[in-house]
Design a protein around this ligand. Structure first.
Ligand code: CP
Length: 312
């Protein structure tokens, strides 16, 4: 594998999940694979899980990770073509990506969307510019429209906790005080579409996600109906896709409660706002598997890095 930028880079979800489970059982088995190889983790936005789990994954493979908060610490990067750079940007992505490629064997990038310019966000300007101008493989640590390391993690976690061959998985919108990206929901949808699960999405009217991603997955606007017989309830807020980046609804009745959860397992990518997205009684119960889910971030990242290293 050359790059990992989308769930579409997973050729066989079942095989990838089994490989990730094998890595989890023996994380240091390939400790020599990444010896004398460096991964650069470039963050245009905040992170806890992605930053630490990707470093841990690299260390488990014997790699040397170097980390930079690009937005705060680097020169302002220009992404436009033919720009007269007499404004706030001091360095063009053409040089920046080429230079980082001199120091790193793999570059991983996190760059969130604007949520104001749909066309710009869907062009995946930042991650595509790194793919174009870097000379080494690129890993997406959450871009404008996708979070494929999280989506792979979620697939691994559902496979681990499933107690029947074809579990019912529900992706539910929940309220939030800020306008949030679509990336986690998009990659979760794409991951579930590659798994043998009964999958439905539930969200209020006006919150349907990109139809080219939801495709044939049923969207039910009645949360109670969607939750019937659910084995896994994956909760996430996202801002409107049609009225791009806007908050259309903050109805607290969409918050997840213990009563609504029933016998299902609760999942969330984290960070999560308690008693806004989900009540304490859920997060503090054995029905919540968010910590186990976060643990799997390491093995999802480790699998991706292993596949790239094997192809260097
Ligand atoms: N789930 C996730 O990507 O967490 P961070 O934003 O903390 O990396």
């Amino acid at each position: 594998m050359k790059h990992y930028t989308s769930i579409n880079d997973i050729d066989n979800m079942h095989c990838w999940i089994e490989e990730a489970k094998a890595l989890k059982a023996n994380p240091l088995k390939h400790i020599d694979l990444g010896k004398h190889k460096t991964i650069g983790l470039l963050f245009f936005n905040s992170s806890l899980r992605t930053r630490l789990s990707t470093q841990k994954a690299a260390l488990n493979l014997g790699m040397d990770p170097i980390v930079m908060n690009v937005s705060g610490d680097a020169w302002g990067i220009e992404f436009g073509d033919d720009t007269i750079m007499n404004g706030n940007t001091a360095e063009h992505i053409k040089e920046a990506a080429a230079v980082v490629s001199q120091y790193c064997d793999i570059i991983a990038v996190r760059a969130f969307p604007t949520l104001t310019d749909k066309a710009l966000d869907e062009s995946e300007l930042v991650i595509n510019a790194f793919m174009k101008y870097a000379s080494v493989p690129i890993v997406n640590m959450e871009s404008a429209t996708g979070h494929p390391l999280q989506g792979l993690t979620d697939a691994i976690t559902i496979s681990e906790f499933a107690t029947k061959p074809k579990p019912k998985v529900v992706l539910s919108w929940a309220p939030h005080v800020k306008a949030l990206p679509h990336a986690v929901a998009n990659s979760f949808i794409q991951a579930m579409q590659k798994m043998d699960v009964e999958f439905v999405i539930t969200n209020p009217e006006g919150y349907n996600l990109n139809p080219s991603i939801t495709a044939n997955t049923p969207i039910i606007h009645n949360q109670k109906e969607a939750f019937k017989n659910a084995d896994f309830i994956y909760v996430k807020n996202w801002s409107s896709y049609t009225d791009y980046g806007k908050i259309m609804n903050t109805d607290p009745h969409w918050m997840i409660t213990k009563e609504k959860l029933g016998n299902a397992k609760f999942m969330h990518c984290l960070p999560v706002r308690r008693n806004v997205i989900v009540e304490d009684a859920v997060l503090d119960s054995d029905s919540s598997i968010v910590i186990q889910q976060a643990n799997n971030r390491t093995y999802a990242a480790q699998l991706v890095l292993k596949k790239i290293l094997e192809n260097l």
